[in-house]
Design a protein around this ligand. Structure first.
Ligand SMILES: [Ca+2]
Ligand SMILES: [Ca+2]
Ligand SMILES: [Ca+2]
Length: 243
C-alpha cells in the first residue's frame, strides 16, 4: 500500500498541464463553420493592418459587423476541461457613441452559455463621450485615430483593442462539452453600418485540460526511479527487477 501511495504522489508531481486550442482563425480566407456571423462579412482590415503584438496582429481580412447583429460561436465535443479562454482583436469602427441616450448606448456584449461575461460601452466619435470600458495595460492598440471605413476625421475615428490580453477573457470557469458564445454591440444607440460598426480578427478559443497523471512518465523512468530508490535503501520487500 505504501508503495502504491508513493507512486500516486510521484505521479501527482508529473501531472500534464495542457492548454488545448479548440478554434483558431485569422479570417483571411473564410468564416469557421462553428461561427454563425449573421450579417457580418469578411472585409479588408484597412488601417488596422499591423496593429497588435508580434504574431497576433490585424491583417488581411477581419469579420466586420453592424451594430445590433449577433455573431454566435458554437463549440461542441470539447475535451474535458475546467476553464475556457477567449482571445481576439477587437476593432471599434467609426462613430460608436459610448454610454448615454441615442445615438449613445453602444455596448459590446459577450455571453457564454447565456450568461453575460462582458458588457462595456465603446466611444469613438467625440472626446466628451463616455466609454465604460477601461482597458487593462497592454489591451489598447489605438484610440481615436483614423483607421479607415468612415471618415477620415469628423465623428469617424476608430480604436483597436487586444481583448484577449484582458484577464476577463482568460481562464473562465467552464466544464461543459458544449460552449456557446455570442458577440453583439447592442443598446439604444445602435445605428447603420456606414455610421458605426465593429470587427474581430485573430479569434482563438482554448480550454485548459483537467490534469491527468503522466502515464508515459510512470511507464518509463519514473517507475524505475521509484524501484531504484527503494532498493538503495535496502528495502528487500520489493521484488527483484531484471533490466
Ligand atoms: Ca485577418
Ligand atoms: Ca473610421
Ligand atoms: Ca451609436
Amino acid at each position: 500500500m505504501k508503495y502504491l501511495l508513493a507512486l500516486s504522489l510521484l505521479a501527482g508531481c508529473h501531472m500534464a498541464q495542457a492548454q488545448t486550442t479548440v478554434l483558431s482563425t485569422d479570417f483571411d480566407s473564410s468564416v469557421p463553420a462553428a461561427l454563425n456571423p449573421g450579417t457580418a462579412t469578411l472585409t479588408g482590415v484597412q488601417g488596422f493592418d499591423g496593429l497588435g503584438s508580434p504574431g497576433n496582429t490585424f491583417g488581411g481580412q477581419f469579420l466586420r459587423s453592424a451594430t445590433g447583429n449577433v455573431l454566435t460561436l458554437t463549440l461542441g465535443n470539447l475535451p474535458t476541461h475546467d476553464k475556457i479562454s477567449l482571445d481576439f482583436l477587437f476593432a471599434a469602427i467609426d462613430s460608436l457613441d459610448g454610454t448615454g441616450n441615442f445615438p449613445s448606448g453602444d455596448f459590446f456584449k459577450i455571453t457564454l452559455d447565456g450568461q453575460t461575461i462582458f458588457r462595456e460601452s465603446f466611444a469613438n466619435a467625440l472626446l466628451s463621450q463616455i466609454q465604460s470600458y477601461v482597458p487593462p495595460t497592454g489591451v489598447e492598440l489605438a484610440r481615436h485615430v483614423d483607421l479607415g471605413f468612415g471618415g477620415p476625421g469628423g465623428y469617424y475615428t476608430d480604436s483597436a483593442y487586444d481583448l484577449g490580453a484582458d484577464p476577463a477573457f482568460q481562464n473562465i470557469a467552464h466544464t461543459g462539452s458544449l460552449a456557446t458564445f455570442t458577440f453583439q454591440v447592442e443598446g439604444e444607440g445602435i445605428q447603420t453600418l456606414d455610421d458605426e460598426s465593429w470587427a474581430m480578427d485573430r479569434l482563438r478559443v482554448s480550454v485548459s485540460a483537467v490534469p491527468e497523471p503522466d502515464l508515459a512518465w510512470l511507464a518509463g523512468g519514473g517507475l524505475l526511479a521509484v524501484w531504484a530508490a527503494r532498493r538503495s535503501r535496502r528495502d528487500h520487500s520489493l521484488p527483484k527487477m531484471s533490466i
